[in-house]
Design a binder for this molecule. Structure first.
Ligand SMILES: [Zn+2]
Length: 572
């Protein structure tokens, strides 16, 4: 939300506004710096000292930020105090100039920030050196940041200096107990991203070894840090992904002997020690190692590091899926695609394999193989993971359509309408498919049969929705009204209002009335009253104002002691 500098008072929560104004009046804004380009920095004193930043463009405050821990809304009292300060400063200043007093007579106080900038230019090197030395002697964070920034001046390229740089940044961003809090985690993420930007630039310039060292140091350091950090924003995690992406891209690039050995050893060391085990990152390491492998002994080493996994057969077996996916990647690389396909055939507990094999069979028009795989899948997953079983059924439907097997097409389309989930238009597709297969003269009777089957299925929790769907598709309004009356709820009535309002306005209004009377028996509180009043308004919209008026009167009498309800009813 942009704030108008001349009228922000109307845009801010009154409580926060009042507190901010108090701060401003008490003189809590102790410093302001004009940083140029419409950016301002303030120091606001409260329970602690906070930095507020504002960016102003054509009288609009386009950005505002405060480093206090307040998170109840976007604007805190410190920002408000700064806004009042800036408003006064800018408008008073311009008024003085407009009045012709001349800018030269207005001696504006120089901000601390400006003073500091001036001093940087003026002070001799020795003096600055002494100041910095004294400052970091007592300030550990400053010292860490300083060393991190300039460590590469001390040592030639080796992974160790980047390890130290990462460690220094971790120190600079962690508290006394070594924990990295919510805000510090973002700050750390930004600093580490800078390192990775450097690394990417090194890779582009051809210095792949340095790029590798930086990426390795970042990945290792951040994986260790994440256990001691509040990474709700995901900034540490995304640094790890970026670092591993970079390593993987170097594995693909033609690595020379030394680079190859460095990378392969690092990857295998981390895989074998399981430093990232339990995270996706472990498998990114494995994939990068497979892509980088050159010799038989390297392949063997990867093989034994991956190990073997037996399916536990208890649903989502991630470990088994990861291990088999990696093994298939390794086989593709060493023995070719045919061998990999054979491996996949023998490990169909990994559903991704089944998918890939079915799609491959469909691509080559091998329908009988695709059908066998899909049918097996339905049998295997029907109870354990019904969603997956429906995926296999969709493949079957595709096959039946391609082979013009009318009976089978009808059977499956019927299944989706009776039992299948309503995701991404599946009911609509199945409906259209059925309608295209059943002769027009028999259609009505056929839908009657469908509806009867749905009604008879006592276990179907979405039976009403299915019947509503069929009625709407076939425009059977009278039947829809009947089934709705038996199963009514506010949302159901509202959902079909657009179809029934023209012919059955009075009936719909009566349903709302019944629902409202029922609802108020069991629900007390203003939010509930507002909820029912919404439906009283719908009764009026349906053209039944007299009914609405009578209902309001009746409710006022019945609930004469519910004051909030009376107030809400008066506003209908
Ligand atoms: Zn604040």
């Amino acid at each position: 939300m942009n704030l108008r500098l001349d009228s922000f008072e109307q845009q801010i929560d009154p409580v926060i506004l009042k507190r901010g104004l108090d701060y401003f009046k008490k003189g809590c804004v102790v410093d302001m710096a004009d940083l140029g380009n419409g950016e301002y920095e303030f120091i606001v004193e409260g329970t602690d000292e906070y930095d507020v930043r504002l960016r102003v463009l054509d009288g609009e405050v386009t950005e505002y930020d405060c480093n206090c821990p307040y998170d109840m809304g976007s604007v805190c009292k410190h920002v408000v105090a700064a806004l009042f300060y800036l408003q006064k400063d800018l408008f008073d200043g311009s008024r003085m100039t407009a009045a012709g007093k001349g800018a030269s007579t207005v001696e504006r106080r120089m901000s601390e920030y400006q003073q500091a900038n001036l001093l940087l230019d003026k002070l001799p090197h020795e003096e600055l050196k002494k100041f910095l030395h004294d400052a970091y002697s007592v300030n550990r964070k400053l010292r860490s940041a300083f060393v991190a920034k300039y460590i590469s001046y001390l040592e030639p390229a080796s992974k160790k200096i980047y390890d130290m740089e990462v460690k220094a940044l971790l120190n600079a961003h962690s508290d006394k107990s070594g924990f990295i809090g919510y805000y510090e985690a973002s700050g750390l993420g930004r600093d580490i991203s800078d390192m990775l930007t450097d690394a990417t630039a090194c890779k582009a310039k051809g210095d792949k070894l340095k790029a590798l060292y930086i990426a390795e140091a970042v990945a290792e350091g951040m994986v260790q840090a994440i256990d001691y950090a509040d990474d709700s924003t995901g900034s540490i995690g995304s640094c790890i992904y970026s670092a591993l992406d970079l390593v993987a891209s170097l594995a693909g690039a033609d690595a020379d002997g030394f680079l190859h050995t460095e990378m392969f050893e690092w990857l295998l060391d981390n895989i074998e020690r399981k430093t990232m085990y339990g995270w996706d990152w472990h498998w990114l390491l494995v994939n990068a190692a497979i892509d980088a492998a050159e010799t038989d002994s390297e392949v063997e080493r990867i093989k034994s590091a991956i190990g073997e996994a037996k399916p536990k057969g208890d649903g989502w077996d991630m470990e088994y899926c990861h291990v088999t996916a990696a093994t298939s990647r390794l086989i593709t690389k060493t023995k070719g695609e045919k061998a990999a396909l054979e491996y996949m055939e023998n490990n169909l507990e990994n559903s991704d394999f089944r998918k890939q094999l079915i799609e491959k069979a469909l691509d080559t028009n091998d329908y009988s193989k695709a059908e066998r795989l899909a049918n097996d899948g339905v049998e295997k997953d029907n109870v354990r993971s019904p969603g997956l079983a429906d995926d296999w059924r969709r493949y079957l439907l595709k096959i039946y359509k391609a082979e013009n097997r009318t009976e089978d097409v009808i059977r499956l389309a019927r299944y989706f309408l009776l039992v299948g989930n309503r995701i991404d238009g599946r009911w609509e597709d199945s409906y259209k498919l059925l309608k295209s297969q059943i002769p027009g003269s028999r259609w009505r009777e056929y839908v009657d049969g469908l509806m009867a089957s749905i009604s008879e299925d006592n276990h179907n929790s979405t039976a009403y929705e299915r019947i509503e769907f069929l009625c709407v598709m076939d425009e059977r309004w009278e039947e829809l009204l009947g089934v709705l009356a038996q199963n009514k709820s506010f949302s159901r009535v509202e959902r079909v209002e657009k179809y029934l309002a023209k012919e059955y306005a009075a009936e719909l209004a009566s349903m709302y009335e019944e629902l409202i009377l029922d609802y108020l028996e069991y629900n007390v509180g203003r939010a509930h009253y507002q909820y029912v009043c919404r439906y009283i308004r719908r009764i009026i919209k349906l053209g039944c104002r007299p009914k609405a008026t009578a209902l309001v009167d009746r409710l006022k009498k019945t609930y004469s002691k519910r004051r909030a309800l009376l107030e809400e009813l008066d506003m209908v």
